[in-house]
Design a protein around this ligand. Structure first.
Ligand code: UDP
Length: 329
């Protein structure tokens, strides 16, 4: 398949590009490089630095590269910023995606794989989360993803678009060869911050909340390896043949891991002590979020290779230790 990977120079997109190549597909990357890194994509992969609002250019790329499927990873994902500057999020995550979809439908490209998020569930009443549970996001970031999920349903019905929306839990880890990995600026994610604290790049890491109703008082999350996420995106291709197909899948390992357990895993993997301080709860953090991914497992034959935190952290550590400054712009 010829696959346009929108946001293919970002964290999850760049891993997906390499998994596509490994599975024998032909990825083409479109990334405006606001958050992505050119160095995250191999030189021989066709690369276009274009904004999605430029529909004539995006349409030309779809036709020139004879694209069969579009995967869309390009979105802003800072929850706090989405609260203080929601316009930025609605324009980038909703409006830009609508430009892309209009372009696709106009060009007759009708298969779409979308990065959604467990943030669309808001603060769930029950755990683990299954796809049919109510979606009630508590911040504009989650809302923008849910808005696109809903638009996709209408587009499947009206235009015969076939799509799969994957609701990720906590994407983590890095390529097993250490070539690419997580590089955000600013970094807000737990694992890279804990690694930075372990190697003295930051003074300490703050543990946001120690009084949650969880076994050790810190938040439980479901860390899922970025290459496992990528493999699910490819496994769904066969399901998109029938026009109008609408699919939603949770992607997580189902293993809840606390903030303190992440810190312990980093200590074990790096052999270094992690300096940490306790801090108040971060606004909007649910106590626990973990997935029931039975649907992806049964329908897509998807089985995460990484099921526990230590090997995930070990892959992240390999990337961080080989690239202490991440990707240089
Ligand atoms: N967290 C923390 N200190 C940090 C960053 C994150 O204690 O400096 C906690 C956060 O409260 C959450 C978990 O680590 O419970 C994962 O946070 P992250 O931002 O990595 O992902 P999120 O779950 O928000 O998508």
């Amino acid at each position: 398949m010829n696959v346009l990977v929108v946001g293919g120079a970002g964290y999850i997109g760049s891993h997906c590009v390499r998994q596509l190549i490994a599975a024998g597909h032909n990825p083409v990357v479109l990334d405006n490089l606001v958050f992505g890194y050119r160095a995250a994509v191999d030189k021989d992969v066709p690369f276009y630095s274009v904004n999605l609002g430029n529909e004539s250019e995006v349409g030309k790329i779809l036709r020139k590269e004879k694209i069969d499927i579009v995967m869309h990873f390009a979105a802003f994902a800072y929850v706090g910023e989405s609260v203080t500057d929601p316009l930025k999020y609605y324009f980038n995550n909703v409006a830009s995606t609508l430009h892309l979809l209009r372009c696709m439908i106009g060009s007759g490209v009708k298969k779409f794989v979308f990065s959604s998020t467990c943030a669309t569930y808001g603060i769930p009443e029950k755990m683990p989360l299954v796809e049919t549970m109510p979606q009630a996001p508590i911040n504009p970031y989650g809302q923008t993803k849910l808005d696109i999920e809903n638009a996709l349903k209408s587009f499947a019905h009206a235009y015969g678009l076939s799509f799969a929306a994957f609701r990720y839990f906590n994407a983590a880890g890095a390529a097993e060869d250490g070539r690419i990995g997580e590089c955000h600026n600013p970094e807000t994610h737990l694992i890279p911050l804990v690694i930075d604290a372990a190697i003295g790049k930051r003074e300490n890491v703050q543990v946001f909340g120690t009084d949650y109703p969880t076994p050790d008082g810190t938040c439980l999350r479901d860390y899922v390896h970025v290459d496992d996420l990528s493999r699910a995106h490819i496994a769904v291709f066969d399901k998109l043949e029938k026009p109008g197909t609408a699919l939603f899948y949770n992607l997580g390992t189902g293993t809840p891991t606390s903030v303190l357990e992440v810190i312990q895993a980093v200590e074990k993997v790096t052999g270094k002590k992690v300096p940490y301080v306790t801090a108040p709860r971060r606004a909007g953090d649910p106590p626990a979020l973990y997935a029931d991914s039975t649907k992806a497992k049964t329908e897509l034959n998807w089985e995460p290779k990484f099921t526990t935190i230590e090997p995930i952290v070990a892959s992240a550590w390999k990337w961080h230790s080989q690239h202490p400054d991440g990707f240089k712009k």
